[in-house]
Write a protein that binds this ligand. Structure first.
Ligand code: DI6
Ligand code: FE
Length: 413
C-alpha cells in the first residue's frame, strides 16, 4: 500500500459531502476525512482511514460521531454599513411599506447617509461583529456587496473594508460592486449621469484597484430599470467581470431574463418570477439565490415559485442577505430554517443552498462547496444527529469547530 502523506485525519465522523445524489446529497456514516496542507486529501470509511493512518504513522482524531460538512457559504450579503434602520422597522410596524419608506427618502438612502458619515474603522468594526456571528455558525466563505456609498470614494471605502476583513479574518471574502443600488440624493435630477459614472469611470477605477470580483444591481421599480441594469452588465462584460442581479424582489420587470442574457452568476430574491424567466435562468446556468429572511422581514406573502424552479432544474442557493433594511440577520442557520419553513425547500435542498449551489453562485464550485478530494479543506463540524438538523433549530448553533484551508479556526475569533 502506498504510504499516504497526510497532515491530519478524522475518523468516526458523519460526512455530509454535499455531492449531489439524485434529489438529495451524499452522506457517509462512520466516515473518515484526511487533509494535506490546505486540501482535502482523502475521504472514505473509518475502518480504511484508521488502517491507512496506522501505515503512515499518523495519529487519528476521533470525531465521536460529529457531522462534518463543507464550510458554509453565505453567497449574498450587504454586511458593511453605517448605523441601522430601526426607524424603518418602527415605521413598518405602524403600517408603512418598504417601498413607501424608500420613496419618502428613507430606506437605502438613509443608510447611504449613515455610511458616508461613518469612519472606515467603525464600518469595519460593526461589520466584523456580524462576520464573527456568521463564522461561529460554520461560514468559511462570504460574499459582501458595496452599495451604501454611491460615490466613488465611499464605494471604494466599502470594498476596501470588505477586502481587509478577508485579509484579517480566517474567511474567504468575495467583493461585489453593487453600483446600482439606490440613486443618491445629489443625482436625483440626473439619473443618466449617475448610471454613466457607475458603468464607466467608477467601475473601471474600482476594478483596477482589484476591488471587484463581480458587479450587482438592484433591478426594481423603486431602484433601477432593466435598461439601466443592462448598461452595468454590459460594462462588466467588456471587462470580463461576472454579474449578480437583484431580480424580482418586489416587482416583475424582466430582471431574471436580463440576468440570463448576460449569463449572470446569480439572480437573487425571485419572489416575482415568470415561467419564461425561470426557463431562461435555467438555460443560462444562473443560480437562483433565495433570501427567506428578507421575505420574512418585509412580511411578504408570495414566496418564490419553488416548484417551478425545481421543474426547470434551476440550482437554488440560500443566503442571509444580511443588510440593515430588509434582513438585519447574521445567521445562516436561521436562513436555512426559513428556506424550509417559509419557502418549502426540503432540508436537503436548503443545505445544498449554503454549500454546493452557493459555491456555484460565486463561481467557486471547483474550489469549495463539497467535500471532495482536491477541494480546499474548509470544513464545519456540527454536533447533530443528521444534517437536516441544521435546518430544524431556531436560535440554536451546534457548530463546534471550523477548519479553514486546513487550519483550525478559533470559533471566538
Ligand atoms: N435588496 C436587498 O435585499 C437589499 N438591497 C437590495 O438591493 C436591501 C437593502 C436595504 O434595504 O438596505
Ligand atoms: Fe440583497
Amino acid at each position: 500500500m502506498k504510504i499516504d502523506d497526510w497532515d491530519q485525519i478524522w475518523v468516526g465522523a458523519g460526512l455530509a459531502t454535499m455531492v449531489a445524489d439524485g434529489r438529495s446529497n451524499q452522506e457517509i456514516a462512520d466516515g473518515a476525512i484526511a487533509l494535506k496542507g490546505d486540501r482535502i486529501a482523502w475521504i472514505g470509511s473509518s475502518a480504511e482511514g484508521e488502517q491507512r493512518a496506522q501505515a503512515c504513522g499518523l495519529v487519528v482524531s476521533d470525531a465521536k460521531g460529529i457531522w462534518i460538512t463543507p464550510g458554509l457559504i453565505d453567497c449574498h450579503t450587504h454586511l458593511i454599513y453605517g448605523g441601522n434602520r430601526v426607524d424603518d422597522f418602527e415605521q413598518r410596524m405602524s403600517g408603512a411599506s418598504y417601498e413607501q419608506i424608500a420613496r419618502a427618502g428613507g430606506g437605502i438612502n438613509s443608510t447611504i447617509k449613515m455610511t458616508r458619515a461613518a469612519t472606515t474603522s467603525s464600518l469595519r468594526d460593526s461589520a466584523a461583529v456580524r462576520l464573527m456571528r456568521l463564522m461561529a455558525e460554520g461560514v468559511t466563505t462570504i460574499e459582501i456587496k458595496s452599495g451604501y456609498g454611491m460615490s466613488l470614494e465611499a464605494e471604494h471605502a466599502m470594498l476596501q473594508v470588505a477586502h481587509d476583513l478577508g485579509r484579517d479574518y480566517p474567511i474567504t471574502v468575495r467583493k461585489t460592486f453593487l453600483g446600482l443600488h439606490a440613486l443618491p440624493a445629489e443625482y436625483a435630477d440626473d439619473r443618466q449621469t449617475f448610471v454613466k459614472l457607475v458603468c464607466g469611470p467608477w467601475l473601471s477605477a474600482l476594478h483596477s484597484a482589484g476591488l471587484v470580483d463581480a458587479v450587482d444591481a438592484f433591478c426594481e421599480s423603486i431602484a433601477f430599470s432593466v435598461a439601466e441594469t443592462a448598461k452595468l452588465l454590459e460594462a462588466a462584460r467588456l471587462l470580463d467581470i461576472r454579474a449578480h442581479v437583484h431580480a424580482g424582489q418586489l416587482s416583475e420587470l424582466g430582471a431574471p431574463q436580463l440576468a440570463a442574457q448576460y449569463r449572470a452568476l446569480s439572480a437573487a430574491h425571485l419572489e416575482f418570477l415568470s415561467a419564461e424567466g425561470a426557463a431562461q435562468i435555467a438555460r443560462a446556468g444562473t443560480v437562483a439565490v433565495l433570501l427567506p429572511t428578507a421575505y420574512y422581514t418585509l412580511q411578504q406573502s408570495k414566496p418564490p415559485p419553488i416548484p417551478l424552479l425545481r421543474e426547470m432544474g434551476v440550482a437554488m442557493a440560500v443566503a442571509t442577505d444580511s443588510n440593515p433594511g430588509s434582513s438585519p440577520c447574521s445567521s445562516i442557520l436561521l436562513a436555512l430554517n426559513m428556506a424550509c419553513s417559509l419557502f418549502g425547500l426540503t432540508p436537503q435542498e436548503a443545505l445544498a443552498g449554503v454549500t454546493r449551489n452557493a459555491a456555484r453562485a460565486l463561481g467557486l464550485e471547483s474550489e469549495i462547496g463539497t467535500l471532495e478530494v482536491g477541494k480546499r479543506a474548509d470544513l464545519a463540524f456540527f454536533r447533530i444527529v443528521r444534517p437536516a438538523e441544521l435546518c430544524y433549530g431556531l436560535g440554536v448553533n451546534p457548530c463546534e469547530r471550523v477548519i479553514r484551508g486546513g487550519t483550525a479556526r478559533d470559533l471566538r475569533c
